[in-house]
Design a protein around this ligand. Structure first.
Ligand SMILES: [Zn+2]
Ligand SMILES: [Zn+2]
Length: 176
C-alpha cells in the first residue's frame, strides 16, 4: 500500500521505540527510515518461562555483539526483556556509521539465530534515553507487559568492558 496520500499522524511508539504493540494494524503511520545508524532485530532472543540466567545471557549478548562488530564500530547495543510480543527479545544496535548499519541489516536478514530466522530492520532510534523504561531499572515498573518502553537486560559489567575494549582495539588497528 502506498503511503503517498496517507494523512494519518506518525506513530510515536514506532518512532521512539522502533516497535508498537499494534504492529501493522496501528491506526497511526509506521514510517520506516531509509537511512539510520540503528538496527533492530525483532524477537531475536528467546527468554524461556523461567528466565535466562546471567551467564547464559552474557553468552548470547557476547555472541550478537561480536557478530555486529564485524560490520563496523558499535556505539551501543540494547536487549529488551519485556514480556509483550512487540518488544520481547528485541535487540537494538547503534552503529557509528549508517553504511555499517545498512550492511548489517542486509546480512542479518539472510541469517538465523537459535534456529529461528532473524527479522531485522532500520529504526529511527538515535538515543535510547527516550526509549528505555527507567522504572524497570529499579524493578519498579508496575506496568509489566503493558509497558511500551524498553525493559533493558544488561550484561555483566565485566563482559561489557571486555567487549568495548576488544572492539576499540579491533577498529583502532584497522584505522591507519
Ligand atoms: Zn503504532
Ligand atoms: Zn516499564
Amino acid at each position: 500500500m502506498s503511503n503517498r496520500y496517507d494523512s494519518r499522524e506518525s506513530c510515536n511508539f514506532y518512532y521512539k521505540i522502533g516497535a508498537c504493540r499494534h504492529g501493522d494494524k496501528c491506526s497511526k503511520r509506521h514510517v520506516r527510515p531509509s537511512r539510520s545508524h540503528t538496527i533492530v532485530m525483532y524477537n531475536m532472543l528467546y527468554f524461556p518461562a523461567g528466565g535466562l540466567d546471567n551467564s547464559r545471557f552474557d553468552e548470547l549478548y557476547e555472541d550478537v555483539y561480536i557478530e555486529a562488530c564485524r560490520f563496523g564500530p558499535v556505539r551501543s547495543m540494547v536487549i529488551c526483556e519485556n514480556g509483550n510480543d512487540h518488544l520481547k527479545g528485541n535487540v537494538y544496535i547503534h552503529f557509528e556509521s549508517e553504511e555499517d548499519a545498512l550492511r548489517a541489516r542486509d546480512s542479518f536478514n539472510t541469517r538465523w539465530f537459535d534456529e529461528r530466522p532473524i527479522y531485522c530492520d532500520l529504526t529511527h532510534i538515535s538515543d535510547f534515553r527516550d526509549a528505555i523504561c527507567r522504572k524497570h531499572d529499579t524493578r519498579a515498573c508496575e506496568r509489566g507487559d503493558e509497558c511500551n518502553f524498553m525493559h533493558v537486560r544488561r550484561p555483566s559489567t565485566k563482559l561489557r568492558i571486555d567487549l568495548e575494549k576488544s572492539q576499540a582495539k579491533k577498529w583502532h588497528t584497522r584505522t591507519p
